[in-house]
Unconditional design. Structure first.
Lengths: 582, 123
């Protein structure tokens, strides 16, 4: 196809990613009067992390018990180990209330009892604060609700199977994107007054992960190459009790968490002993935060006290069968189909890459360093510091999405769209890359290269890190880059999986390097970043690290944690107090 | 990777092709440990035998995204929950009532969510 035939569209706001954050952003931008094009590399509202969320959306509604957003904020900061951006954490906790009420008015179906929304207590919270949709249906219900709203909005065009390859930047300003239409294999140009990156996190970089295929961190790569800084990239959250064994078909591996705290599932080592309290969490029980539980499980495995498959046991054997059946509902039969009888034997669990605290550095209006470029949801870094409080992800997705949509709409109203011909010029290098090119020799199996990257990150830049391992990872990333090569493999036709894997791996390698370089530089242990060679938190490191790409060179900096000008006064806690990280 | 064929080997006969072009069946042999589910098996094939095999999926294992619909032994299944039998020979094909894009990937997005409707020049 010639350049003149390339579809070249124009809109006010381009939203990249159609999960919870992207759909919320599209709705808010439309509400503010913008024409919106929303794209997703998967199908609209089906990929990403939102649909995988099984329960707990944290928000201080005060339905179950009196609550105040400031208490939620205090818990968020505490979980973040001193590194949360206070303005972003405040936005999450405060505007999250309206966001979740809005979702309720759209019929999400939050669980109710006794005439009010049911709120349960999740780890790290001082009181019952988390709404949910039964059974394990929170994410699908949230996604469906937003999909329905988007579908009824005439200002929003939405397209799946459209992979954004590069952002277009004219004189330092984001003005659109060049994408690949996966159905045809043809490139597409979309010009826009403002662009929102809502592509989610990077859990696909790890061998054991709990998210969708499309969470390879491509939004971080897009933002980096467009000139925006990333922040807190070293903080990858591992979910402590991801399912490990026996093989379980048709379930999200993070499914056990709600049952663990609802029913008091016991976490046991390979010898059948409770062990979490040995790591300084004697009074916390099920409320232990994710970073601390991950640490305890992996230390037991390291000491040779792991379960047979290399994790810990999670046992419900002490719970009466009737209680189990009531709590698990229809799920108990699906477990039986997998050969699992919780009354007879424990299952095995182990930490699994779950969420990325880091991401694109934004101001409280979701603007990035690049004028016209915004970010929303998990793609944003900073709100959750060194460790995300459970239940904050959906709240963040919707509240930050709504904010990004409003801000981008306001920006687009004053922005002059780039001309079609100019956009084509800007897209030139990306388009040239897609042209058929001579392949020198046999191209490697890219799917296998991706698996190697995942193993590398899991083993050396996972929950535990040290200088030697991280340096090894940096070296291996260069090896993988060389093996992948610059020339794109594949025939470039419709849904060419080889080409798609190669495009993904280029981005994954860039983002993996961002994580690895940040992990190398932070010489302390804090939250999700645990260094064997630098145990314990170091006050001198109460700083955020930022990363930029400057003419192809990495620029790693530190900056003070962003504080509110007027500190939030925290009302006296109504629930139990918990210890922070040991 | 060479797999030692034995009576537990799983054989997948996968119908392949691009768009309205010709179809062919390609056979893949998998060790039984490679595939609890059909999706496990197809991912194993891509990683170890043939990365040109096109498969649509998103959530990998959770049966949440509903993207991995295909035909297994004549029945519509979600590949992520369809179980494989050691020693069995399975026929795998794209959905018959949807346009094939490539191999096991069908056009399943609602019409309004397809960008290619804009590209009238190519049809």
């Amino acid at each position: 196809m010639t350049a003149e035939n390339i579809v070249n569209r124009e809109t006010d706001v381009l939203v990249i990613g159609a999960g919870g954050a992207g759909m919320s952003a599209a709705l808010a931008a439309s509400q503010a009067g913008s024409r919106v094009i929303m794209t997703d590399r998967s199908l609209v509202g089906r990929g990403g992390a939102t649909i995988m969320a099984q329960m707990t959306v944290a928000v201080a509604l005060g339905e179950q018990t009196p609550d105040d957003w400031r208490n939620h904020y205090a818990d968020t900061l505490k979980a973040g180990r001193g590194l949360c951006s206070e303005p972003l954490a405040r936005l999450l906790c405060e505007s999250g209330i309206d966001a979740i009420r809005l979702m309720d008015s759209w019929g999400t179906g939050w669980a109710r009892s006794d005439g009010h929304l049911t709120q349960v207590q999740a780890p790290g919270h001082d009181r019952p604060r988390c709404v949910y949709v039964d059974y394990l249906n929170t994410g699908p219900a949230v996604a469906k609700t937003l999909r329905t709203q988007v579908a009824h909005d005439d200002n929003i065009e939405r397209y799946g199977d459209l992979l954004v390859l590069e952002l277009l930047v004219e004189q330092g300003r984001a003005c659109g994107a060049v994408a690949l239409n996966l159905t045809t294999g043809h490139p597409v140009i979309i010009r826009a007054g403002a662009v929102i990156v809502a592509t989610g996190g990077l859990t696909r970089l790890y061998r054991r992960n709990s998210a969708s295929l499309n969470m390879g961190g491509d939004g971080y790569a897009l933002a980096l190459r467009a000139g925006a800084r990333l922040i807190d990239m070293e903080f990858v959250q591992f979910f402590p009790i991801g399912h490990l064994a026996p093989r379980l078909v048709g379930f999200d591996p993070i499914m056990w968490d709600p049952f663990r705290y609802k029913l008091g599932g016991r976490l046991l080592n390979g010898l059948g002993e409770e062990f979490v309290e040995k790591y300084g969490h004697s009074n916390e029980g099920y409320t232990i935060t994710r970073d601390a539980a991950t640490y305890a499980i992996l230390k037991e495995v390291e000491a040779g006290r792991g379960s047979p498959a290399g994790g810990a046991y999670l046992s419900f054997q002490h719970v009466p069968e009737e209680t189990l059946r009531k709590a698990f509902g229809p799920i108990i039969d699906k477990l039986a189909a997998n050969g699992i009888d919780l009354t007879k034997s424990p299952i095995e669990v182990a930490p699994i890459a779950h969420y990325h605290m880091g991401g694109i550095r934004v101001e409280v209006d979701m603007s990035t360093d690049v004028p016209g470029l915004y970010a929303a949801g998990e793609a944003v870094g900073g709100a959750n510091g060194a460790n995300r409080l459970s239940g904050n992800a959906i709240t963040e997705a919707v509240s930050f999405g709504l904010q990004a949509g409003r801000s981008a709409s306001a920006h687009a109203a004053d922005a002059k769209a780039v001309e079609a011909r100019r956009a084509l010029e800007l897209a030139g290098p990306t388009l040239a890359r897609l042209e058929p090119a001579p392949q020198d020799g046999e191209s490697p199996n890219v799917a296998a290269l991706i698996a190697r990257l995942q193993a590398l990150m899991q083993d050396y830049v996972g929950p535990f890190r040290n200088e030697e391992g991280v340096q090894h990872a940096l070296g291996e990333l260069q090896v993988l880059k060389a093996e992948l090569g610059e020339v794109l493999p594949g025939d470039g036709g419709p849904q060419d999986p080889v080409r798609l894997d190669a495009l993904d791996l280029h981005n994954m390698l860039l983002v993996a390097e961002a994580v690895t370089r940040s992990a190398l530089a932070r010489r302390e242990s804090r939250g999700a970043h645990q260094r064997d060679d630098f145990p314990g938190m170091d006050d001198a490191w109460t700083l955020n690290q930022t990363l930029a790409l400057d003419k192809g060179q990495w620029r790693l900096d530190t900056e003070p944690v962003r504080r509110l000008e007027t500190p939030v006064e925290i009302p006296a806690a109504g629930g139990t107090e918990y210890e922070g990280q040991a | 990777m060479n797999t030692q064929k034995n009576d537990r080997t799983i054989v997948l006969e996968v119908q392949r092709g691009v768009g309205r072009g010709p179809s062919r069946v390609q056979e893949y042999e998998l060790p039984e440990t490679a595939a609890a589910s059909l999706l496990d098996g197809l991912r194993w094939v891509r990683e170890h035998l043939d990365d040109t095999l096109a498969v649509r999926y998103s959530c990998i294992n959770a049966n949440a995204c509903k993207e991995c619909m295909m035909i297994l032994d004549g029945k519509v299944v979600y590949a992520c929950v369809a179980r494989m039998q050691p020693g069995a020979r399975h026929q795998v094909a794209p959905l018959p009532n949807k346009a094939r894009v490539r191999d096991l990937i069908s056009e399943i997005a609602p019409v309004k969510e397809r960008f290619d409707q804009e590209e009238n020049a190519d049809d």
